[in-house]
Design a binder for this molecule. Structure first.
Ligand code: PMP
Length: 448
């Protein structure tokens, strides 16, 4: 094997799929086998593969200006145009944008901007951040500490103590309910836990709470009705900022512009990446409101510089890719398309899988969904060792479908936004055969 350290991979595993080329919603391996990319790469290739408009826009920008940094007084047209365009789209007043290269670095940037802001207004003690169990926010040092998945913490001495991160309950009724608690009782209990935690920690020491409107890597958790309303009421009561991590849910994924719109969240801060450029070039953004930006100018007067930035912050080709992506979303009404095809996908998933003996819960919104694979449909007991998810992913590959198992036994769907209803039918037909054969294989192994 080539001397590559593969990301988020079991380093002892030797089996690999080598992808060679791609077009539309399909990718092809080096043997020429075709797969539907049912997870849009890593929740990111919203416009699919081989989009010539995007390739031309990027090539044109690279030809004109292949690089120009944005430190210390330099700027260029694409970064300005992108910020102006995004300002018209985000649900944040008088928004300002810091550009980076990945969801992780966008979250690290926000972590630091919050420190910078609260230092600027003379409240350095307001520095704790609340995150949630099962949240995923990336893998850099701060983002990795905000993430709550065991593999991202174990062996890295994370979370880093000095970051002052607090963890609250995951809003997943199916796996988190106690006894015969109703959904409403579950919501009340976890919101009350949060409020008690805030009081115990002292609200004046807590800056913000980070949340994925709908989670991705932890199993596509869609919080129950009423959860976000009550959550935001508590956060506002104690002066804690709402930080929406829209890295997966931004730009049409949930059938609306942002996951915040779908879930009724009014964010103070946002981070996004992935679908911002449909993954044609790495780019992320950390968004803050104007009132925060104005205060951040003060320390710059004192120390002369806002000392945070990446070489590739606002890379001209990345901005060109994002601008063209946003143009295509708007011109082709892709958020409406995602809403319509998303409703169809959700209905079909429920129709096909609700009564399946291996499926405990079908969940999702718009074009993001998951099947919770269980060994006992009545109790909801999970398949031991994440075996259900692993076998299902393999079975999907045999059927010509790439899906991803997250949180062990959640089989996630997140196809490119351009997918059609007929392609959804094809995807779900392949998924059904795969889930059927996984069920038989698990039975044969005595695991269910
Ligand atoms: N936040 C969320 C919600 C994510 O899903 C991800 C990546 N899947 C990240 C942050 C980190 O993004 P990246 O992998 O680009 O660093």
């Amino acid at each position: 094997m080539a001397p590559v350290i593969y990301p988020t991979t079991n380093l002892t595993a030797t089996e690999q799929m080598c992808i060679d080329h791609a077009q539309g919603i399909y990718v092809y391996d080096t043997d020429g086998k075709e797969y539907i990319e049912g997870l849009a790469g890593l929740w990111c290739t919203s416009l699919g593969y081989g989009n010539t408009e995007l390739i031309e826009a990027i090539t044109e920008q690279l030809t004109k200006l292949s690089f120009s940094h944005t430190f210390g007084g330099k700027t260029h047209a694409p970064i300005q145009e992108l910020a102006e365009k995004l300002k018209t789209m985000v649900p944040i007043e008088d928004a300002y944008f810091f550009f980076g290269n990945s969801g992780s670095d966008a979250n690290d940037t926000h972590y630091k901007m919050l420190r910078y802001y609260f230092n600027a207004i003379g409240k350095p003690e307001k520095r704790k951040i609340i995150t949630r169990e099962r949240g995923y926010h990336g893998v850099t040092v701060a983002a990795g500490s905000l993430t709550s998945l065991p593999a991202n913490l174990a062996h890295f001495d994370a979370p880093v103590e000095a970051l002052h991160i607090l963890r609250s309950d995951a809003p997943h009724y199916y796996t988190g309910r106690k006894g015969n608690e109703t959904e409403a009782q579950f919501v009340d209990r976890i919101i009350d836990n949060l409020e008690q935690q805030i009081i115990a920690e002292d609200p004046d020491t807590i800056a913000a709470m980070i949340m994925e409107p709908i989670t991705g890597a932890s199993g596509v958790i869609v919080p129950p009705e009423g959860y976000y309303e009550k959550l935001q009421a508590v956060l506002r009561k104690y002066g804690i900022l709402v930080w929406a991590d829209e890295v997966i849910t931004g730009f049409g994924r949930t059938g609306a512009d942002f996951g915040c719109t779908t879930m009724g969240i009014k964010p103070d801060l946002m981070t996004f990446a992935k679908q911002l450029s449909s993954a044609y070039f790495p780019i992320s953004a950390s968004v803050i409101p104007g009132w925060m930006y104005k205060e951040m100018v003060a320390p710059s007067n004192e120390v002369g510089v806002f000392g945070h930035g990446y070489t590739y912050s606002g890379h001209p080709a990345a901005c060109a890719a994002a601008l063209k992506t946003l143009e295509i979303y708007e011109r082709d009404n892709l958020f409406d398309h995602a809403a319509e095809v998303g409703d169809y996908m959700q209905a079909q998933l429920r129709e096909i899988f609700t009564d399946h003996p291996l499926v405990g819960e079908v969940r999702g919104k718009g074009l993001i969904a998951a099947l919770e694979l269980v060994s006992n449909k009545t109790t909801g007991a999970t398949v031991p060792g994440g075996k259900g998810g692993a076998l299902a992913v393999k079975a999907c590959q045999d059927e010509g479908l790439i899906l991803r198992a997250v949180a062990g036994n959640a089989l996630a769907f997140c196809p490119p936004l351009i997918i059609t209803k007929a392609e959804v039918d094809d995807m779900l037909k392949r998924a059904k055969s795969a889930v059927d054969s996984t069920y038989e294989a698990l039975k044969a192994e005595g695991l269910i």
